[in-house]
Design a protein around this ligand. Structure first.
Ligand code: FAD
Ligand code: NAI
Length: 468
């Protein structure tokens, strides 16, 4: 007779694999079903990890070409070895995906390679990658199938000239001109990679701003910095068509509100207009699992769907499409399934854009506080006034802290600067403990560090900065 599992998880992205490990640690017998060749989902295979490998490598390339001389290092004009850079990307991906396979073994989790489908209560049917099928008996099922690229109507992604993020991570040649559709996180990160490697990058964004949802002033300041680096923005514009011409494309761009079209010639176009939950072929309709108005799997606050024993986490459910959000939900759900108090604080989920400078945010934006009628104070500190930033010639950026006007509690922090993606966690921990700007001020910060700018921004909340 086939094994019966306590838990079967469909999809081994950050949501699924973390849920599997935590559940196994808590004593559950766990199986995972994954259709990709390697575990780790979008994040490890074609998302967070390869993009960060290319962001780091391209940043080093740009620094060697533009910034080393000012530090007294002469290296001549650096030459790009794109093949070696792509090898670095692939080695990074392999190390991470193999790491997940190792962790499954270590935690005695059974991986099954194939496409999973819910075949009724407590049953997952897998079309095995090697052919044939297998039905898994299980007490609980977790849908952790992630998301897929949103497409522009009438424009087909071929991953050669019309690219999704996946194609943009694997180009064999630096495009002379790259049009990026969408000034969101993917557009700005991958646009930066190719701009640094020599492309002229034109970002076409439907809205009149970049990074929608982020603190508006922070997004505006960041856009100014990106423009200085040579990124071109066409805001309030939409791409209405792309036709192949020779080896490249003729792209028509119109004002979002309607009006005269312009044509841009480019070697490639990256479509980065968001991602959509992935529920194709899962048998959800037959199983009676409800979706919400945006076709995400509908869950309660314990990740349970409307069908007993079926749960969902990660990009396929409500909330920011972020790897760490998926991971935290995976851990929380595993704990809830064994009767522990699993919990995710959705008010304190950091977001980072891994460009140079980076953008790192946590908590509320000014717009959200205004909408909620919450009186707040703003403390800002520019990195131009920070000694460590000057020593590294990384003075582009600022720290902005929003604190409750009455209680001084920190409600939101918005940072631009080198390595702010690491620095944001100081304030995330502070916010988890309900800390105030005063708490940050009273915490001794090592000198000279970029983190001193966080403390100075906290001082700025009460207009008492020392170094400005
Ligand atoms: P996924 O990682 O999408 O994993 C789902 C898995 O389920 C996939 O492996 C899929 O093959 C599998 N699957 C689907 N259906 C089935 C089925 N029926 N049977 C078997 N298997 C199935 N987030 C960050 O936080 N930081 C970043 O820096 C970052 N960078 C990104 C860069 C790019 C280019 C992209 C595209 C995304 C990035 N993200 C980043 C977002 C991040 O990748 C996702 O939020 C995260 O992967 C979601 O995790 P998940 O487990 O919900 O789903
Ligand atoms: P996004 O939602 O961040 O940005 C999409 C952008 O495209 C928006 O600015 C939107 O207004 C614009 N847009 C939509 N339709 C358009 C159209 N027709 N024409 C022009 N512009 C249009 O989505 P993105 O960048 O594709 O990323 C997808 C997800 O992946 C995000 O949810 C993000 O959280 C995640 N991600 C996270 C990263 C990180 O944490 N560093 C890195 C990369 C992705």
């Amino acid at each position: 007779m086939a094994d019966t599992y306590d838990l079967t998880i469909i999809g081994t992205g950050p949501g699924g694999y973390v849920c599997a490990i935590r559940a196994a640690q808590l004593g559950m017998k766990v199986a995972v079903v994954e259709k990709r060749e390697h575990h780790g989902g979008t994040c490890l295979n074609v998302g967070c990890i390869p993009s960060k490998a290319l962001l780091h490598a391209s940043e080093m390339f740009e620094e060697a070409g533009h910034d080393f001389a000012a530090l007294g290092i002469k290296v001549g004009t650096p030459k790009l070895d794109l093949k070696a850079m792509m090898n670095h990307r692939q080695e990074t991906v392999d190390a991470n995906t193999q790491g997940v396979a190792f962790l499954f073994k270590k935690n005695k989790i059974t991986p099954i390679h194939g496409t999973g489908k819910i075949a009724g209560p407590g049953k997952v049917e897998v079309a095995l990658a090697d052919g044939g099928s297998e039905t898994i008996e299980t007490k609980n099922i977790v849908i952790a199938t992630g998301s897929d690229v949103a497409q522009l109507p009438g424009i087909e992604i071929d991953e050669k000239t019309i690219l999704s993020s996946t194609g943009a991570l694997e180009l064999g040649k630096v495009p002379e001109t790259l049009v990026v559709v969408g000034a969101g996180v993917i557009g700005l990160e991958l646009g930066s990679v190719w701009r640094r490697l020599g492309s002229k990058v034109i970002v076409v964004e439907f809205l009149d701003r970049i990074l929608p949802g982020m603190d508006a002033e922070t997004a505006k300041t960041f856009m100014r910095s990106q423009k200085k680096q040579g990124m071109e923005f066409k805001l309030g514009k939409k791409v209405t068509g792309a036709t192949k011409k020779g080896k490249g494309l003729e792209i028509s761009v119109e004002p979002a509100a309607g009006g005269d079209a312009e044509t841009i010639s480019a070697d490639a176009m990256l479509v980065a207009i968001g991602r959509i939950p992935y529920t194709t072929g899962l048998g959800l309709e037959e199983a009676g699992v409800e979706l919400d108005e945006r076709k995400r799997v509908k869950i309660d606050n314990h990740y349970a769907t409307n069908v007993a024993g079926i749960y969902a986490i990660g990009d396929v459910v409500v909330g920011p499409m972020l790897a760490h959000k998926a991971e935290d939900e995976g851990m929380a759900l595993a704990e809830l399934l064994v009767g522990k108090a699993g919990h995710v604080n959705y008010d304190v989920i950091p977001g980072v854009v891994y460009t140079m400078p980076e953008v790192a945010v946590v908590g509320k934006t000014e717009e959200e506080l205004k909408d909620a009628g919450i009186a707040y104070k703003v403390g800002k500190f520019p990195l131009t006034a920070n000694g460590r930033a000057r020593a590294m010639r990384k003075t582009d950026g600022q720290i902005k802290i929003l604190a409750d006007a009455k209680t001084d509690r920190v409600l939101g922090v918005h940072m631009i600067g080198a390595s702010v993606g690491e620095m944001i966690h100081e304030v995330a921990v502070l916010m988890e403990f309900g800390g105030s700007a005063e708490d940050l001020v009273r915490t001794c910060h090592a000198h000279p560090t970029m983190s001193e700018a966080v403390r100075e921004a906290a001082m700025a909340v009460d207009k008492r900065t020392i170094h400005m």
